[in-house]
Write a protein that binds this ligand. Structure first.
Ligand code: DOR
Ligand code: ZN
Length: 355
């Protein structure tokens, strides 16, 4: 019989679902694996308040069977114009779990992001007062800063001062990619946590350039050198409650990835748990997967842990070459598709159908 592992049903604390045909194409993958996911607000236009988030949440649910157990948890897009009233509305909604800070220009659909942290200090103070979590894309946007250093510089210039000035604010450093980020979280006490993606655990920047340039390995923050990957791996399997699962699965159409100016984002929702299981197995730490995937995030967000279980079996399966999207790919011509991570390759863990 194949080896297997059962864990409490997990949650994905950082996810891009998009809208329209793309949403329809991807949401089933996440709903099949996770009970909850924190849905990112970087749509065009961005999801800036609770009313917009609840409408978006309903569009997500409308793509799924009526009896779905999937519970989308929404993050709102912080802008220079976010009001104290919208912090209050967010705090009161059971479906909203925080605001996302995108430094303006840092990544996909971040143009409406925050131009200077000083401009949102009163809003951040209101969030701290009301226990609303700040999710952070932790990169500076200054073109003069090397792309591989942008997380470390952001921590030094923005996050550490914010933490010092407003220690009550609860912060998640999303998709942490550096040893600097791990050290910052470890040194910051219970109000600061970080999510870790499967791709930053599995790969280093060498994988971006393995015998050619590989657009499907391009994401932001960009993959870092091996020594940073090792720090992430140690943190993930450490059992420390401040590190938890957030895939940052970010679908883009093939034509927008395989392009002279390709979009940032790696699609992992088709095999998210399987990819994390591979990571934890490689670290001989499968016993730490449950805390990371199912307990620490819920605890940080002060939500109940899930009650069900999922089982992963050590069975090989081949990742499809692509997943179709019911629209035209204007950059490429023809029908649209998403190229998932490890397309055409074999994964060695497989999630069993749930009873
Ligand atoms: O690689 C990324 N893709 N990083 C982000 O921060 C945004 C995301 C997206 O929305 O495509
Ligand atoms: Zn993201």
């Amino acid at each position: 019989m194949a080896a297997s592992i059962s864990i409490t049903t997990p949650d994905d604390w950082h996810l891009h679902l998009r809208d329209g045909a793309m949403l329809q194409a991807v949401v089933g993958h996440t709903a099949a694996q996770f009970r909850r996911a924190l849905v990112m607000p970087n749509l065009a236009p961005p999801v800036t308040d609770t009313t917009m988030a609840l409408a978006y949440r309903q569009r997500i649910l409308d793509c799924l069977p009526a009896d779905t157990g999937f519970d989308p948890v929404m993050s709102l897009y912080l802008t220079d114009n976010t009001s104290i009233d919208s912090v209050r509305a967010a705090a009161e909604s059971p479906h909203v779990a925080g605001f996302k800070l995108y430094p303006a220009g840092a990544t996909t659909n971040s143009d409406a992001g925050v131009t200077n942290i000083a401009r949102v200090m009163t809003v951040l103070e209101a969030m701290a007062d009301q226990g609303v979590v700040l999710q952070v894309h932790g990169e500076v946007t200054d073109d003069h800063v090397d792309v591989f250093d942008r997380e470390a510089v952001f921590i030094e210039q923005v996050l550490a001062p914010l933490r010092r000035d407003l220690p009550e604010l609860r912060i998640v450093l999303e998709h942490v990619t550096t040893r600097d980020g791990i050290d910052f979280v470890r040194g910051s006490g219970d109000n600061v946590a970080a999510t870790l993606t499967a791709h930053h655990l599995l790969f280093s920047r060498n994988d971006l350039f393995r015998r050619g340039i590989r657009p499907h390995y391009y994401c932001l923050p960009i993959l870092k050198r091996r020594q940073h990957q090792e720090a992430l791996l140690q943190a993930a399997v450490s059992g420390e409650s401040s590190f938890f699962l957030g895939t940052d699965s970010a679908p883009h159409l093939r034509g927008r990835k395989e392009h002279s100016c390709g979009c940032a984002g790696i699609y992992t929702a088709h095999g998210a748990l399987e990819l994390y299981a591979e990571v934890f197995e490689s670290m001989q730490a499968l016993d730490k997967l449950e805390g990371f995937a199912s307990h620490h995030g819920a605890d940080f967000y002060r939500l109940p842990r899930n009650s069900g279980q999922v089982t992963l079996e050590q069975v090989e399966w081949e990742v499809p070459a692509n997943y179709p999207v019911e629209e035209k790919d204007s950059a490429q011509g023809g029908m649209a598709e998403i190229v998932p991570l490890r397309a055409g390759e074999t994964l060695c863990w497989r999630l069993c159908d749930q009873a």
